[in-house]
Design a protein around this ligand. Sequence first.
Ligand code: MG
Length: 261
Amino acid sequence: MIAIKSLHEIEKMKVAGRIAGAALREAGRAVRPGITTAELDAIVRSCIEAQGATPTFLGYGGFPASACVSVNEQVIHGIPSRKTVLCEGDLVKIDVGACKDGYNGDCAATFGVGKISDEARRLIRVTRECFFEAMKVARPGYRISDMSSAIQTYAEAAGYGVVRKYVGHGVGAKLHEDPEVPNYRTAGKGPRLTPGMTLAVEPMINAGTPEVLTLKDGWCVVTADGKLSAHYENSILITNGDPFILTDNGEGTIIAEEMCE
Ligand code: MG
């Protein structure tokens, strides 16, 4: 069942979303050669806790950290580690969830570490643009499937593979709610978009094929072909008009290339 949020709930979603968005931006600003993924996780945690919120991911299904931090061919769910030191040219995905007053915000972005290749930069840009392609149809009169189709069409036109195994989702009192928001076309039209729906829209785009594998730690998802992957996510509210981006912290949505060198 898809939860349509009340105005009261939407206010809480806005607060949680802003906190998640601010923590993601802060971690993104800290990305540089030599920093560990555990340090990025610590930044996320302290930003969230400083706002009186809790990191949604910490302990979620047993996840051991506050942020998922995934490097290069790692797609999502990377476990932060003191042993993982970022190097010039790496591409790092940071995924953040914050819970405040019982409601969640969920967002992610991909950042370049120092100077990155043109190829990596293009993958980051196209993945973000996939999200905004979906935003063009994230309004009443369209369906979830229209967003899915917009993402897939844009990613594949750029020559990339769309991850099938993991999808976006409703977000609210729970981190993962109905409906699923696939980044690819599926059979059936999917639910109609209705004001008050809150969705985490999160294209996961591979430089190569869509196939992914899970590492032995049971969490980290990697591309099967070892090529780069990028991720971009915001929690959004469907309104009567343009979608409202809940995880924009007021500084605008994150454009990672502008934060890279
Ligand atoms: Mg998500």
